[in-house]
Design a protein around this ligand. Structure first.
Ligand SMILES: Cc1cc2nc3c(=O)[nH]c(=O)nc-3n(C[C@H](O)[C@H](O)[C@H](O)COP(=O)(O)OP(=O)(O)OC[C@H]3O[C@@H](n4cnc5c(N)ncnc54)[C@H](O)[C@@H]3O)c2cc1C
Ligand code: FES
Ligand code: FES
Length: 478
């Protein structure tokens, strides 16, 4: 079955949009078509959170709620979901939702421009967690900027929710929404709007057929990079193939000492999974964009973008990850270190897409990763470094080091690795090895950091990693 309409739930009803403009942002749809202006536009690039809305989705017969940035989502993201806007939170008698009431009671708003976004992020927090700690509150609002109230009253408002009754109208309406969502059939979407086309196949087989007919299309996963072509570059994307309705591509599994992640698995799900195997990987992801970004963005999108400062890339390189590339008639497994060709150029061929990523589990190894950026939350790296090493009787038996932000592609530090293998970790050796990074990398200066700063940081992170291992303690500032 194929449909040219997207269907979603809003205000307890199923709504249908026939052949929507596939480049229309969800934010424009909300503000201009359904004329709800509580959701604001601040930055239009996913950085301020003023446009935060919540989508509820049916997973294993229960509803899961996700805060997302409407400004960098296309309206097609609504397919098969419930849209929840800030206007939808209050009760029919006009009384406020507990989150809104807490923001009033604790003076969490002054000019109010950012407030709807904060309210929606905190609303999603109340659906995600049963208690609200400093840590999970900070995480949930890390993608929301406020420039006048300050964050303390907002934190106080969120903490006060711990003592409030959790039942709201969404809890009461749960069954009704689940029944409505079940009425929206999972079907292939095929939209034509003037010269633009949008496809959302539900199987890999169907996907291959579309790729064959439309080889110049853009794949859409989370859209956190792709959508900026529309919102920032102000260009049209003529053909989009969404990978988000293909359940076969949304998985994480552990198989034969490997973790395999499907291409359309959101980073937030991966973050929770990887914590057990590589806690530092999860710590880096915790500082990757914001919850709104990680709720939709994927590792596959990060790899395909091939940015030299993509955060997962040095980590995956040091873990010897492989990409599974799917073309029309075969799957190829390529080591990630051979995937990046030059600045934002990869080995990905026409009619080929990333199917999944294979990450080996190094049981005996120490894995460490560090991200240096101008601010802690919601910022892109100046330098990101990752170390994966096996140390036996104080000797380095195996080592893989990779850096982001140090070259035109994310890259292994081969000379540095050679210098360290089969040596003892000593201060003298570390000092000598730091120099080898100058052979491995010739960083550039840009708005994020100067080349000298980058090199100094790279050397210091190497030292930090080895000193942490030598002294068996973390050298970290909170
Ligand atoms: C506010 C904000 C903060 C950000 N913070 C960070 C950060 O801290 N660290 C970081 O590394 N990045 C960050 N990013 C960049 C972005 O979120 C990541 O690169 C993300 O991983 C991209 O994934 P996506 O699923 O959204 O990709 P999309 O935008 O959907 O796609 C990106 C590119 O990859 C292609 N593509 C997607 N999936 C596939 C596939 N399966 N096969 C082949 N090609 C594919 C698309 O066609 C497109 O060219 C941020 C972006 C924003 C807007
Ligand atoms: S408007 Fe700033 S994140 Fe959307
Ligand atoms: S209340 Fe004014 S920006 Fe937050």
């Amino acid at each position: 079955m194929t449909s040219s309409a997207i269907q979603f739930i809003w205000n307890n009803k199923i709504l249908k949009i026939d052949n929507p403009d596939p480049n229309e942002t969800l934010l424009n749809f909300i503000r201009l078509k359904i004329k709800k202006t509580g959701t604001k536009e601040g930055c239009a690039e996913g950085g301020c959170g003023a446009c935060t809305v919540v989508l509820a989705e049916l997973k294993k017969n229960t509803l899961t709620y996700k805060a997302i940035n409407a400004c960098i989502s296309f309206v097609t993201i609504l397919q098969g979901k419930q849209l929840i806007l800030v206007e939808d939170l209050s009760n029919n008698d006009g009384s406020l939702h507990p989150v809104q009431k807490a923001m009033v009671d604790y003076h969490g708003s002054q000019c109010g421009f950012c407030t709807p976004g904060f309210v929606m992020s905190l609303f999603a927090l109340t659906k995600d967690y049963s208690s609200y700690t400093e840590e999970n509150i900070k995480d949930s609002i890390s993608g929301n900027l406020c420039r006048c109230t300050g964050y303390r009253p907002i934190m106080d408002a969120a903490k006060s929710l711990n003592n409030k009754n959790r039942s709201d109208k969404f809890v009461k309406n749960k069954k009704k929404i689940i029944n409505l969502l079940k009425k929206i059939k999972s079907e292939n979407i095929n939209i034509k709007n003037k010269n633009k086309k949008y496809f959302a196949p539900t199987t890999v087989t169907e996907l291959k057929k579309i790729i064959k007919d439309y080889p110049n299309s853009n794949f859409l996963s989370g859209g956190t990079d792709l959508s900026l072509i529309v919102t920032k570059d102000r260009k049209d994307i003529d053909n989009i193939i969404s990978l988000n309705s293909i359940n076969e591509l949304n998985f994480i599994e552990k198989k034969n000492e490997n973790i395999i992640v499907g291409a359309s698995t959101p980073l937030r799900e991966f973050e929770l999974f990887i914590k057990k195997y590589y806690p530092d990987f999860a710590s880096i992801l915790n500082r990757y964009g914001s919850v709104q970004i990680r709720n939709v963005a994927t590792i596959a999108g990060n790899i395909a973008t091939a940015s030299p400062i993509g955060d997962t890339l040095p980590l995956l390189l040091s873990l010897d990850a492989k990409v599974v590339l799917q073309s029309l008639n075969k799957k190829t497994i390529l080591p990630l270190k051979n995937f990046f060709v030059s600045y934002r150029k990869t080995k990905l061929k026409k009619r080929q897409f990333i199917h999944s990523i294979i990450i080996p589990i190094f049981k005996k190894n120490i894995f460490k990763a560090y991200k240096i950026s101008k601010r802690i939350d919601d910022d892109i790296s100046s330098v990101c470094a990752s170390f994966n090493l096996e140390v036996k009787n104080k000797k380095i038996k195996n080592i893989k080091i990779a850096y982001g932000g140090m070259a035109s592609i994310p890259k292994r530090a081969i000379n540095c690795e050679k210098n360290l293998i089969n040596t003892n970790i000593s201060e003298e050796n570390i000092e000598k090895t730091k120099k080898t990074l100058e052979k491995d990398f010739k960083p550039i200066s840009d708005m994020r950091a100067s080349k000298n700063y980058r090199m100094e940081i790279a050397k210091n992170l190497l030292m930090k990693c080895l000193m942490e291992i030598k002294n068996n303690k973390l050298l970290r500032l909170n």
